[in-house]
Write a protein that binds this ligand. Sequence first.
Ligand SMILES: Nc1nc2c(ncn2[C@@H]2O[C@H](COP(=O)(O)OP(=O)(O)O)[C@@H](O)[C@H]2O)c(=O)[nH]1
Ligand SMILES: [Mg+2]
Length: 324
Amino acid sequence: MFNRFFGQKPQEDPKRDENTESVPEQRFNFLSRTKQLFSRVSNVIKQSDTISDTLWDDLEEELLAADVGPSTSAWLIERLRQRATDEHMRTSSQVQRALREELVTLLGKPAPLRFSNQSPLTVILIIGVNGSGKTTSIAKLAYRLTREGHHVTLAAADTFRAAAIDQLKEWGNRIDVPVISQNPGSDPAAVVYDAIQAAQNRGSDVLIVDTAGRLHTKHNLMEELKKMSKVIQKFIADGPHELLVVIDATTGQNALLQARKFAEDIGLTGVIITKLDSTAKGGFAFAVADDLGVPIKFIGTGEKVENLAPFEPQSFVAALFAQD
Ligand SMILES: Nc1nc2c(ncn2[C@@H]2O[C@H](COP(=O)(O)OP(=O)(O)O)[C@@H](O)[C@H]2O)c(=O)[nH]1
Ligand SMILES: [Mg+2]
């Protein structure tokens, strides 16, 4: 399994990312910057002659540098120390293996999208601060689902900015997916109402709702989300089926603080981490999984519509430590 990702060359040209879904060796090119930091994590372990306090201190420092985050890094070190004692570890490769195992465990099991088993229509709400990549991720997800044979409708419930509605419509045109919208400033819950009816009339099986990302008026945003959920539940008792927060990896630990506020106030079901291709802070995924307690469902790996991948913890960790 791990060997599959060994020996791959870092890919310099971001354009080469497209259409590489089916080519395993190239699937993780987008992680090249993050990998540089994780090779330092590996080196600290490899270069250590003994399993000592110095190793644990140096390792923690490198995990922090890789943006794994203070509490997650501290937890990992504690866990590894314990395992090293319990399992009588003597070699650096034992520590290396244990670290990988713990990182995979932190990320949890692969978590596919949840589809309704009661209603023909599954409703997915997408939330997150402006600029995090919500609208782009919605287009990517719609594109992916359409290719898998689903019939998708989109709802432009980010009615706060005219540009947001136009952007979603533009994506809808490009990927040939209907977008239900109203005028800027209209009630997002009314858009959702229309969109559910339209989706049902068209025989769609998935409705994805784009929402506004105004954290500075957090209360209103939460009220808006509750109202949207109520409208959805009028039609579909077990909806919404997914409430996914989009987090921009380039903003690192700050974005995590914002997402935690969402997680505390509403029932998040998962995370989409975007822009992993533009950052060395991919280690941030571990902090996200650890801190928010919901699975990472998808990752954004570029700006193109194909650049959204289901998150696979085991492959992700393997790719981080793959040697070029
Ligand atoms: N490189 C890269 N850029 C992304 C990714 N996802 C989104 N973006 C870019 O991030 C910017 C903001 O995205 P947008 O969808 O408008 O964010 P929204 O305000 O949350 O709806 C756009 O320029 C997108 O092209 C990604 O995975 N990788
Ligand atoms: Mg948007």
